[in-house]
Design a protein around this ligand. Sequence first.
Ligand code: M6R
Length: 618
Amino acid sequence: MCGIVGYIGHRDAAVIVVDGLRRLEYRGYDSAGVAVLNGHGIEVRREAGKLAQLESLLVQSPIGGPLGIGHTRWATHGPPVQRNAHPHSSPDAQMVVVQNGIVENFQPLRRLLQDRGYVFHSDTDTEVIVHLIHSHYHNGSERDLIHAVRAAAAELEGPSAIGVICQDDPERLVVVRLGNAGGVVIGHGEGETFLASDIPALLPYTRRMQFLENRQMAILSRDGVEIFDLDGNACDLPVTEISWDADAAEKGEYAHFMQKEIFEQAESIQRTLAHRIDFDHYRVDLPELNLSVDAARALRKLTIVACGTSYYAGLVGKFLIEHLARLPVEVDYASEYRYRSPVFGQDEMVLAITQSGETVDTLAAIEEARDFGVFTAAIVNAVGSQAARVCDGVIYMHAGPEIGVASTKAFTTSLVDMALLGIYLAQARGTMTAETHHALIDELAHLPGLVARLLADARQSGHYADLAARYGERHNFLYLGRGINYPVALEGALKLKEISYIHAEGYPAGEMKHGPIALIDERMPTVVVAPRNSVYDKMVSQIEQVKARNGAVLAVAEEDDAYIRAVADAILPIPPVHELLSPVVAVIPLQLLAYEVAVHRGADVDQPRNLAKSVTVE
Ligand code: M6R
């Protein structure tokens, strides 16, 4: 949460910083600000609201200079008003600070600094950081920014990524990473160096990037970067060449990132599959997972930890892996995992699923498992993210940058990763028939084509905009699924509520009669996920029961399913596909429905209220 961008070099820092913030606005959009160091000292512009407000301010009151730092905020301490916008300045305006994270001990630090005479102008925890650095800077005869930042960092509790510039130090930008506060990416150009919370901010400028580790400090200059730990020891950090295309982080012809990301799913699934299946021998290989065949065979339990959409992907994974590899799987909310003293045994594996690789609860769950010496792996999208770096093994989603706050292509690609993992484990454990093995691999090969056709038909028909016009003013929705598609119902409900603010509940269809059926009336539409599979008949009787109570039914069903077409009020068509892969296609109509309903209601699809893309605070 919150995005930071910094620049030092030969170009206009404010322009680059604001451009970078535009690509990070998905991390928070409560306020934005930029500070630039030039011949007049440090000049700051900050504004409440979205980045566009700051851009307007900069048009009226421009600032220029070769060193700058900026921030887009997701409010934690204090409302989203101008006085709480970053950067925050020291009393003499000699230094400014931007921060991503939380200072957990900010109250005692604030009192301590007030006793020293500091006056606070904001409600934020960040303001204590700038005053603390300032206080250390002026403590003693020698003014040393690096020493002051290090001394302040030693007093801060909680995860933070902090960027600092100082008027007396016009050739350096300092950044510190304390804990899991979201990424700190350093980009290398020719005679210029960049800083950002995430890769997309820097893609138009450089592909050579480094990822700062916990408790490291980087000193950026135009000629490069020096990296130290907080005791002052020099550190080596590998430089990674990022292969993502700069256009991948642009909306292009689409109205919203979410829409673009929905329509990219055929290509992203293709990339997820690439080089992982040997079609001549019907074998799946996952070398980056670092799990040998012997270790896979010996496994006794798998625990999946994740949040939000990634958690629902984990529920599908449980179904897939238990079915294929006969391995017991538990799925846990990462945000609950560490608060319930989990029990670990021998030959277990903990698998995190995370698009961003920076979700603080998911990282904490991984740490918990690592502390017990358990093998950890991550299904992750963001290259170089913390989850990818700390786990013993990784399975990349290869979805490309996902910018829309509502996760779409990361969900479908993590389902494909999970299918590959299920097959990989089943191969090692000898738990899958040759028939299932061949059928699944053949169907995986066809999946991108099926998804491409589903999306092309949806685009051409305008069907989802029509459905949004018919149902978009309803106040409540129920989503039902069963078996492997029960998590798809949960995901469909989450998509609708997070971007259109309509209350939606996902339920396992079999639980309806235990309570929720009381909700059904003519005002409550029910979305059912009903492909022809092992629980098809049960879903059909569910539809009948809703219809018998005058409820409207929107059914995700196979395009040629004449029975459901006749009985349901609307059909959301999908192609037939192997039951174990059906969630990949079944969720796409629900993404399209949520998207069109949000557009119909005039909601801000890519930046829904109160949310941010990466949840880096608890
Ligand atoms: O980056 P992660 O996959 O760890 O993020 C987990 C959730 O915060 C995320 O899936 C969230 O629920 C999305 N907004 C859902 O669309």
